[in-house]
Design a protein around this ligand. Structure first.
Ligand code: FES
Length: 79
């Protein structure tokens, strides 16, 4: 889905930029070697940025919790 019609920026471009460390809208535009022109897309880009970063945090938390049963199991064995 195209997020920015001025620059043909898609939601996948935003996700890719965030995955590569973009934390600000300007960094997302810079990843495609462009910048906001009319500005109509900026609120949408900001919203997508927050959403993708939240999903990344949740995935990281899930990965952290995924090893919890192993730790508990190891503690049970040593007791
Ligand atoms: S729609 Fe993105 S700068 Fe115009």
């Amino acid at each position: 889905m195209v997020i920015c019609s001025c620059n043909s920026l898609t939601h996948k471009d935003v996700e890719s930029a965030v995955a590569h460390g973009a934390t600000r809208p300007s960094e997302i535009y810079a990843s495609k070697r462009c910048k906001a022109q009319c500005g109509n897309c900026v609120p949408g880009v900001v919203c997508m940025l927050k959403e993708v970063r939240m999903r990344q945090r949740q995935a990281a938390e899930t990965a952290t919790h995924a090893c919890l049963p192993v730790v508990v199991q190891a503690e049970a064995l040593s007791a």
